[in-house]
Design a binder for this molecule. Sequence first.
Ligand SMILES: *Cc1c(COP(=O)(O)O)cnc(C)c1O
Length: 428
Amino acid sequence: MTLSEKFFKKAQQVIPGGVNSPVRAFKSVGGTPPFIREAQGATLIDVDGKRYIDYVGSWGPMIAGHSHPHVVSAIKNTAEKGASFGAPTYAEVYLAQKIVEIVPSMEMVRLVNSGTEATMSALRLARAATKRDAILKFDGCYHGHADSLLVSAGSGAATFGVPSSPGVTSKTAEDTLTLPFNDLQAVDALFLKKGMQIAAIIVEPVAGNMGCVLPKPGFLEGLRRICDTYGALLIFDEVMTGFRVDRGGAQHYYNIKPDLTTLGKIIGGGLPVGAYGGRRDLMEQISPSGPVYQAGTLSGNPLATAAGMAMIKIISAPGFYETLDWRTQRLTDGISDVLTQAGVPHLGTRVGSMFGLFFTDEPVVENFEQAARSNMNRFNRWFHGMLGEGVYLAPSQYEAGFLSFAHTDSVIDETLAAAKKVAATLMD
Ligand SMILES: *Cc1c(COP(=O)(O)O)cnc(C)c1O
């Protein structure tokens, strides 16, 4: 029995499913998740001493690589001066200023502790500002685990949503409408019927929680137009795409201005952070400058803020995103080549250093239904094959992969050699 197996068994006795966030348990691919001892650059080392090239990067935050010396020293230096005060610090102002400079649509920003908190708070603000109750989300987009966002499509398009978890009331779910991602016609039709009841559209501008699914040309522009027509707010959930697909996020990459934006992951440099922000007239409605309540004992925490500032400095280096971009292209082209040579049907997707790989015959994957037609069995074999070769991919067909700056050419070469071996076994 490996140490990971031993730990996982113990963990399941005291933590539900043995993990503190479900996907870590490897349920969809089976097997025991390696327990991680430490990480450096592009490498994870598990408790049994096995090394992996990491393409999860803590689900996005580690864009600079693990244990980047600047992030480490920022956290160390700050910790020596006190971990939390529950009172204002100048570092919060500095980080907020940086975010406002970098993300074009954000005029003011409030720091919170997770992406979930950011989206939940942005929705509350949108409902308060528009005095409307309903929101629209897209199937397969994940926006954290707040009740009103744990909702999936009812039977038939444009019906009221149904809870996707026990414990979410049907009353709550009724206020969340859901439609297929990339279906602008359906959004138009829904707004024609219910537009004046809808407070906001919330969307992942590049969907990263059903694999990596790109917006069709015109989709995001169309959402902007519809929101303007009906006086609804457009919320870009950039918890994943922010500082990832581009320094200014997907909104900079696609040149669309949302009313509100949510951030998380990279902005914390690996510590628990989220943020939401946008138009000044909206953000001024947040307590204490306005009536919309939202608070947090540890919000703007000094350690998290310091890590976030260090991260922003790292990603602001000239050429940072260009380098990530061509390295990721090299990786995804390389993987596509070895799969093609092995006769494995697949579809690769990529924006910046965020990528997806669907084992599918479909010519395109534009929404959750198409993503779900992928060959899950083949994905599982790919996943476990790569893990065996020391490449740690996300343990689900429905997750995106991420490159970090520490994924150098030689790391990519090593990954492609592993991919070649594994690809050869997939059609047996
Ligand atoms: C990860 C994620 C969230 C949730 O963030 P947490 O910090 O896990 O609460 C929300 N939206 C998107 C797009 C995400 O990828």
